[in-house]
Design a binder for this molecule. Structure first.
Ligand code: ADP
Length: 281
């Protein structure tokens, strides 16, 4: 049994009897505790790069530095500033998602266009991440004429591109150069479909998997930070997918890579050839 938090009011009738009113405020208190946690986390995440940035500014102001040292400090400052920029960007995305109406079933867009966009972004990011590493990522996407590529999804294209790109970006960021990232799109016989990203990276201890979509939860804080992570990525992905009735599943073992999948129900999908749901639900 879980503890319950009650708000209790006692009203005397005046004749020795009392009226007792009890209200279950457990959910309210939990929401309030989550809000407090979130504000504390955001403050901490902003304070850390800001403190470093202020420290570097003071160094530049007080020390006589060689042009090389000067350049070095400026590069470190740019890194901290971009960390804050990423954080603010992700916070804005979260708040926009929370405030915008749910994507309905009236706007359909092609899966192929979405995956093409994701592939372009993946190549660019991989190039950036593997610069100077002597090896690249082996990235595979479904071919343009692969089964299921002529399907359409109902929802907001930009939101889903961003969610899929986020999963692909994580796979690339956590997988060292020379590793592989496989993107799949598979339509099931019942008309549902699965988008998945499988990487050959370090994998995740199953003990952490259940918490990865919590805001600011990171298995390795410094590894995440070094690659520009904010700890909000998967929280945003889960939220965007939920808004499209899709479910995020994570499968991984330490040392055996990770697979992140988004499962879409049949009513969000249709074959463009028929322009209507193939399966009646
Ligand atoms: P971050 O900005 O830290 O990457 P995310 O919310 O995107 O935040 O991910 C949360 C955590 O999940 C990461 O810090 C990392 O520990 C873990 N993670 C996410 N994707 C992968 C992956 N493909 N391989 C290994 N670990 C991952």
């Amino acid at each position: 049994s879980r503890p319950v938090m009650l708000s209790v009011h006692i009203y005397p009738y005046g004749d020795g009897r009392h009226l007792l009113l009890a209200r279950d405020i457990t959910a309210l208190e939990q929401a309030e505790a989550m809000r407090r946690d979130f504000v504390a986390n955001v403050s901490h995440e902003i304070r850390t790069p800001l403190t470093v940035l202020v420290g570097f500014v003071e160094t530049l102001q007080t020390l006589e530095l060689s042009p090389q040292e000067h350049k070095h400090y400026l590069a470190l400052m740019a890194q901290q500033a971009s960390r804050m920029q990423n954080l603010v960007q992700d916070l804005l995305t979260l708040s926009r998602l929370e405030g915008s109406p749910l994507p309905g079933l009236s706007d359909w867009f092609p899966v192929s266009a979405m995956l093409r966009q994701c592939a372009i972004e993946a190549q660019a990011l991989s190039k950036l991440l593997t610069k100077g590493a002597g090896a690249v990522h082996a990235i595979t996407f479904p071919a343009a004429d692969a089964p299921g590529m002529d399907w359409e999804i109902a929802g907001t294209q930009a939101e889903l591109i961003s969610a899929f790109s986020n999963l692909i970006s994580n796979a690339l960021r956590y997988t060292p150069a020379g590793g592989s990232v496989q993107v799949r799109w598979e339509v099931q016989p019942d008309g549902s479909a699965c988008f998945s990203v499988k990487d050959s990276g370090p994998g995740i201890d199953p003990a952490h998997i259940g918490r990865l979509t919590e805001r600011f939860y990171r298995v390795d804080r410094s590894r995440s930070r070094d690659t520009g992570g904010t700890g909000l990525g998967l929280a945003i992905v889960k939220h965007s997918l939920q808004r499209h009735d899709a479910k995020l599943e994570i499968h991984s073992q330490l040392g055996a890579g990770a697979t992140f999948s988004a499962l879409f129900p049949a009513n969000r999908l249709r074959s463009a050839r028929h322009a209507q749901p193939v399966v009646d639900v």
